[in-house]
Design a binder for this molecule. Structure first.
Ligand SMILES: [Fe+2]
Length: 209
């Protein structure tokens, strides 16, 4: 069975400075993300044991641990690729047109996504998702790594709002971090995810008018 693995960054730890410090990137990737990868693999091993022993007494805790760690692995893997040192600016092409259609303007998307990130209760993420049933872009709040997701939403751009993502540099000024990250969004990566997500068909044609 394949194991989950920690993907390397496509840029140096310090490449996103001054917007995100190299020390944050190093700790965030090598410690926090690595822990979610390890946690996902360990939980799968425990599920194997549970099946072997036919002992499902801890199944609820294991399912929760799997969702927490695997979702953490997926979101961080997307987040690293959503960021790039030679980026920022604005999206172009069909992604820009879709943002205009579904949010009114790029500025309104930015305002809404930063509000989504700022108002999360506790730890979580803000995400721009493609919702294939209604064929629309939406924002969503993700508590921890996994709850409050709509079932169809495919993440295109994710913003880590856990304190470990900013506290070493921005302390309690998290709004400053959410503002700074717009200097390093990799819109080419977001556009690729958008293009792929638009081809998803959830085969629920009668569920939308
Ligand atoms: Fe994180």
């Amino acid at each position: 069975m394949p194991q989950y693995t920690l993907p390397g960054l496509r840029y140096d730890y310090g490449a996103l400075e001054p917007h995100i410090s190299g020390r944050i990137m190093e700790l965030h990737h090598d410690k926090h993300h690595a822990a979610y990868v390890k946690g996902a693999n360990t939980t799968l091993e425990k599920l194997d044991e549970a099946r072997d022993k036919e002992d499902y007494s801890r199944l609820t805790a294991l399912e929760k641990a799997l969702a927490f760690n695997l979702s953490g692995h997926v979101l961080h893997s997307i987040f690293w690729q959503n960021l790039s040192p030679k980026s920022g600016g604005r999206p172009s092409g069909e992604l820009a047109a879709a943002i205009q259609e579904h949010f009114g303007s790029f500025e309104k998307l930015k305002r809404q996504l930063n509000e989504v990130a700022s108002t999360i209760m506790g730890s979580g993420w803000a995400a721009l998702v493609w919702e294939p049933l209604g064929s629309r872009l939406l924002t969503t709040q993700i508590y921890d790594h996994q709850s409050n997701l709509n079932q169809g939403g495919i993440p295109l751009l994710v913003l880590d709002a856990w304190e470990h993502a900013f506290y070493l540099q921005y302390e309690n000024r998290k709004a400053d971090f959410f503002e700074a990250v717009w200097n390093v969004w990799n819109w080419g990566d977001v556009a690729e995810r958008f293009e792929a997500a638009r081809h998803v068909n959830v085969a629920l044609a009668d569920a939308v008018g």
